[in-house]
Every structure is written in structure tokens, then in C-alpha cells.
Design a protein around this ligand. Structure first.
Ligand code: SAH
Length: 228
């Protein structure tokens, strides 16, 4: 899979995309992530990429020309399955969206900044808009990093079997059961006995029960359409 991210503050993406699981997935050749500086396509000595908002409202707007030219250069090289714009008014990111995106070959992610981006970019160049929640960030970079992280960990081989993404929360519309590690007792607080029993059948039964119990308690909405 290949992900191209377009940003005016590419530095914001360096650390989140270069450590831990994403780093290992890159090293294993499961994903390539390229970060592009929109400013390199800006005009003049100042590499201008933003301009005043038509209508006079406060806040600068990301211009269409540099974004269009950068996208065009990328599109000459390959076909993109989705060209995503990170936006607070987009479709809410959830595990299903991440699952779908993780099956694609090439995606582009545009990060907005300032007041937003010239709306013509959204009308003519973007194929999908994604929000990471009902709040406003200063830029799309951290949101794009969230999307990348949630996708990359789903790529087969990105995480080992023991930590299989399939047993994580939201797969199968269930939250994850609680997990514990050694010591079996700390401060008088014991790990549930069943986990020490060594009986795989009892353990998986307990895990299913706990997953269901936690989902009912914390996120009953997940169960509504799942028939559980
Ligand atoms: N004026 C815009 C917000 C601009 S915030 C509005 O009210 O809708 C600047 C940029 O941050 C946006 O262009 C978008 O790319 C990003 N952003 C902000 N909040 C986000 C969110 N919840 N999810 C995804 N991207 C977000």
C-alpha cells in the first residue's frame, strides 16, 4: 500500500509516522508513506500557499493552484483509489472506514490548515472527506496521522499474531475484554482466576463475556445493529 500525504506543515507528521508499528510496517515493505510539502508548489519567493478569504471573514485559506499542481504530478505517476481531505465536517472515522481504506493500494490524504481550503478543491479533486471527531484542530496533520496509524496496523503482517488487530475493540462491534500481565497479584489486587487456569476454552468464554459486558455498559450503541 502507498499513502501520499499533502501538507503545509510536513514536520508535524515526521514523528508519528516514523516509530513503532508504522516504522516496522514500512521496514517490512507493507506500506510506503510519502509526505509532500505543498509549499514547494507555492508561488514566488515566499512560496505563497494561502490567501485571504473571499468575503472578508477572518482567517487565511489554502489556495487551489499549488494543491492542484502537486496532485497532478502525483496522479501522473499512478492511479489513486481515494483522494481524502481531512475535515471536521467529513464522515466520522471508525473501524469500518479504516478496514475499508486498509484494502486499497494508493491513497492520497490532503491536510488543510488555517481557515480551511478553497472549496473548489473539495468539489473537484477530493473523493472522500474524513473527520476524526466533532472538534476543530489547527491542521489536518494530526488527523491524517490518526488515519494512517489505524490503517497501517490492519495490514496483514503489520502486527504479530499475539496482538492481532482482529481482537481489538470495534472489530465485530465489540469492545476489547480487559487484559492483564504479571504479577498475578499486586497490592492484594488479583488477576481474574480464570486467566491463570490454563484452560483456553474457559478463557475465551470469559473474554467473550467480558467484551459483551463492557460493550453493553460503555457503548450499547455498538450492539444495536449487530444482532448480539
Ligand atoms: N474552518 C474550518 C476548520 C479549519 S481547521 C471549519 O470550521 O470547518 C484547519 C484544518 O484542520 C482543516 O482544514 C482540516 O484539514 C483540519 N481539521 C480540523 N479539525 C479536524 C477534524 N476534526 N478532523 C479532521 N481534520 C480536521
Amino acid at each position: 500500500m502507498r499513502i501520499d500525504i499533502l501538507s503545509v506543515v510536513p514536520q508535524l507528521l515526521e514523528s508519528p509516522l516514523n516509530h513503532s508499528i508504522i516504522k516496522r510496517a514500512k521496514e517490512k515493505g507493507l506500506v510506503e508513506i510519502f509526505i509532500h510539502d505543498i509549499r514547494e508548489y507555492g508561488k514566488g519567493n515566499y512560496r505563497q500557499v494561502d490567501d485571504y478569504n473571499y468575503g472578508g471573514d477572518a482567517g487565511m485559506v489554502l489556495m487551489i493552484e499549488p494543491v492542484y499542481n502537486l496532485m497532478n504530478d502525483l496522479k501522473k505517476e499512478r492511479e489513486y483509489d481515494e483522494i481524502i481531505y481531512m475535515s471536521p465536517d467529513g464522515e466520522l472515522l471508525n473501524q469500518q472506514v479504516s478496514n475499508t481504506l486498509s484494502c486499497l493500494d494508493n491513497i492520497m490524504i490532503l491536510c488543510g490548515h488555517y481557515k480551511g481550503i478553497d472549496h473548489r478543491i473539495r468539489e473537484h479533486l477530493i473523493t472522500r472527506e474524513i473527520s476524526i471527531g466533532d472538534y476543530v484542530l489547527s491542521g489536518g496533520e494530526i488527523a491524517a496521522a490518526v488515519v494512517c496509524d489505524s490503517i497501517v496496523r490492519l495490514l496483514p503482517g503489520a502486527i504479530s499474531d499475539e496482538t492481532s488487530a482482529l481482537s481489538d475493540s470495534f472489530q465485530d462491534n465489540l469492545l476489547s475484554p480487559p487484559v492483564y500481565t504479571r504479577p498475578a497479584e499486586f497490592n492484594g489486587w488479583r488477576v481474574p482466576e480464570v486467566l491463570l487456569s490454563g484452560n483456553p476454552k474457559l478463557i475465551s468464554q470469559w473474554q467473550e463475556e467480558k467484551a459483551l459486558e463492557r460493550t453493553r455498559l460503555l457503548r450499547p450503541n455498538l450492539l444495536e445493529n449487530s444482532g448480539k
